[in-house]
Design a protein around this ligand. Sequence first.
Ligand SMILES: Nc1ncnc2c1ncn2[C@@H]1O[C@H](COP(=O)(O)OP(=O)(O)OP(=O)(O)O)[C@@H](O)[C@H]1O
Length: 252
Amino acid sequence: MDTVVRVSGLTQGYGKSAVISGLDLDIGHGVFGLLGPNGAGKTTLLRTFATITPPLSGTIEIVGQEVTSERAARLVRRQIGYLPQDFGYHPGFSVYEFVRYCAWLREVPSARVHEAAVRVIDQVGLSDRMKAKMKSLSGGMVRRAGIAAALVGSPRLVLLDEPTVGLDPAQRLEFRKLIRSLNNTAVVLSTHLVEDVAAICREVAVMSSGEFLFQGSPRDLSAQAPSGDGVGDTPLERGYMAVLNRRTVGER
Ligand SMILES: Nc1ncnc2c1ncn2[C@@H]1O[C@H](COP(=O)(O)OP(=O)(O)OP(=O)(O)O)[C@@H](O)[C@H]1O
């Protein structure tokens, strides 16, 4: 496997309280899904991968570079596209200016910026709104502009925190197609939507209270619900709920 993210003994949290303790994980090309209830630690982990919050302890390597300092973090950030759950933008920017600005932040070479911005705006279906102000867009369109900003310049690692929230069904299908089309890229996707995982993830982890309760293929997760019974409407939902419930029962 071509490892894009490697964490060893990662402990992360806020102040002195740890949310994630001693996590070891390798992520390669393809889509890695993070499923888990509210407060499981998905955003905390994505922010750590994005090199925004240095680990409390342990090591993190992105595209072969260990992130040991702010200088090292700045270098690897060129290879990272990050779409936070709530992302900020200047409301007066057009879609094009917003995506271009994000490309500039990521130090995409200036000769490539225009072409790269136009391409990703087209890929998220916003070509006809390229000159529209961000403040004039619907919620789903803002989210699509955010996805474009995360993908501009073809980063090796793409981190998407609940990217399909607010997208209509047709746009969700388009999103999946776009993510599937990325080559030589590791995508880490945090979501509550089990269908997105079933459709696009090569591997999935179920997180709860900062711990990985399961890691494997979507098919293996479906197999966690014995003989198709249990809570949930699809095999994957039943597998996911079985993993979470096992934990809850174990805690009693
Ligand atoms: N800035 C912060 N300061 C202190 N605690 C925080 C902070 N951000 C998150 N936490 C705590 O860390 C834990 C993990 O939160 P996190 O946002 O990573 O979960 P999540 O899985 O992304 O949840 P959601 O699905 O609701 O987005 C929670 O207990 C949360 O209360």
